[in-house]
Design a protein. Structure first.
Length: 474
């Protein structure tokens, strides 16, 4: 009896402590995670406390799947470009991933950090604004024993490359390989880590709930802001600086259609994106939202349903408008649904995820047309609409969900406003300065020849070349 009473007392104390002091993976910052069952709410954890064995093994397996998302984006960008720039597009994707990974591990994670790490703050009155991380360089001080911070560093190294790949597709057929490597280095060293710290590293956006009682703070578990919207806004800046492709708007204000050269690449890229995106969303849910493992099935299901709903909505809209579905727009619709899931997957019900993604997929063809026809932006991959607008929509839709503490919508709007009003001007300034240092756009002759011949010395499809002596009598 005494032992039973003792166990019952321990259980009551544990539950009371859990309910009063629950916290996210920041190891000290209280964040309420609504809409989740009690079993999935995070217990107190610090960045030095290793994950349990099951969680660590699962995170490792997810990290092995996550690069499929980068492969998918690389193939999609290549397929939507011209055949004479295909090899340069894929080589550029490899270079972007390589540069982003190295630079982020050298300096980027020092600024991105992880909740509970040291940081630089701006103190105004009684409020402390956590602006940037202050970890040692070269991943110094990380414990490689299954700690959340070590898994976050690996995930963010991939995410930095993911975000940098998005504008690469928008600059297809005219962006020089050397300049994109320089841009990626600066992006992975400063731009991406700072935004990541604000959202994922315990920065001021993540702590809006504790600092100003705005819901649970700005929420972005899967990278709708840190990867998708950031990459889409970077693509917008790149397009403004590069200008359109040769002959795209020549002769009239109406754009000339330049279809992608390989729809098989595009659709195969979409298939690869699905498992990679599921891995990204699940890792974000574990590391940045404190979601318990049994609840990850909802994350996986919502990711699948979001892609499916957006694809079918895009097929319906393009089928009604053009009498036949458009493969490239449908593929981009699929991706837009995945982008929306980055924000909603751990929190939305399946019906809510379906609705939000269907709206994004249905609006996508109109957004792509508006940016091209009315804004005169030449965006071969549709990154502004697919990643930028859909990412912002997902963040906004999260604030519409019920069950969050009061002020959640305002926290989401502040995050969106920060991306548009502060981050985008800084991104544009970064690209403007780097373009002055190392010119982005290739020469007119290089664009006419194609980036493969001009920068690599050989085409991706040599069998397309027809030599005159092949038709001479033997």
């Amino acid at each position: 009896m005494a032992a039973a009473a003792h166990r019952a007392g321990d259980f009551v104390i544990d539950m009371v402590t859990f309910c009063l002091c629950r916290c996210g993976p920041s190891g000290g910052t209280a964040r309420s995670l609504p809409r989740r069952p009690l079993s999935s709410r995070p217990r107190r954890r610090t960045n030095l406390m290793p994950l349990d064995t099951v969680s660590a093994v699962l995170c490792l397996l997810l990290l092995l799947l996550a690069p499929l998302a980068l492969c998918g984006i690389a193939l999609l960008n290549t397929g939507l470009g011209r055949s004479r720039s295909a090899a340069q597009s894929l080589l550029g994707a490899l270079a972007i991933i390589a540069v982003a990974a190295i630079v982020f591990c050298m300096t980027g994670f020092s600024f991105a950090a992880y909740p509970g790490n040291t940081h630089y703050s701006l103190d105004l009155g009684s409020t402390s604004w956590n602006w940037i991380g202050a970890r040692p360089l070269f991943l110094g001080g990380l414990h490689w024993t299954g700690t959340p911070a070590s898994f976050a560093a690996a995930l963010e190294a991939l995410a930095a490359g993911f975000a940098a790949l998005i504008p690469w597709g928008s600059g297809a057929d005219r962006w020089r390989l050397g300049s994109v490597c320089l841009v990626t280095a600066v992006f992975a060293a400063f731009a991406f880590p700072v935004v990541t710290h604000w959202v994922w590293g315990g920065g001021w956006l993540a702590t809006l709930g504790t600092s100003f009682h705005l819901g649970a703070g700005f929420i972005d578990p899967g990278g709708a802001a840190t990867v998708q919207a950031l990459g889409g806004l970077s693509a917008l800046a790149v397009i403004w600086i590069l200008g359109p492709r040769r002959t795209k708007f020549s002769g009239s204000s109406m754009p000339r259609a330049i279809p992608g050269h390989h729809m098989i690449y595009v659709l195969l890229g979409c298939l690869l994106l699905l498992p990679g995106w599921m891995a990204f969303n699940c890792l974000g849910a574990i590391l940045f939202a404190g979601i318990a493992l049994p609840s990850l099935v909802l994350v996986v299901l919502n990711t699948l349903l979001s892609a499916a709903a957006a694809l079918l909505a895009a097929m319906l809209v393009t089928g009604l408008r053009f009498r036949k579905p458009d493969a490239s727009l449908c593929a981009n619709g699929w991706v837009s649904g995945l982008v929306v899931s980055s924000a909603l997957a751990p929190y939305a019900s399946p019906a809510e995820a379906l609705l939000a993604a269907a709206l994004a997929g249905g609006a996508l063809p109109f957004l792509v047309e508006w940016f091209e026809v009315y804004a005169h932006m030449d965006d071969p991959s549709g990154a502004i609409a697919v990643h930028g607008v859909s990412g912002l929509w997902g963040l906004f839709a999260l604030g519409l969900l019920g069950g969050f503490p009061p002020g959640q919508m305002l926290a989401q709007l502040l995050g969106i406003g920060t991306l548009l009003g502060l981050v985008f001007p800084l991104l544009y300034g970064m690209h403007w300065l780097l373009n002055k240092a190392l010119r982005y756009r290739t020469s007119a002759e290089g664009e006419r020849l194609g980036m493969d011949l001009h920068e690599l010395g050989a085409g991706a499809y040599p069998e397309f070349v027809i030599y005159g002596d092949e038709f001479l009598p033997r």
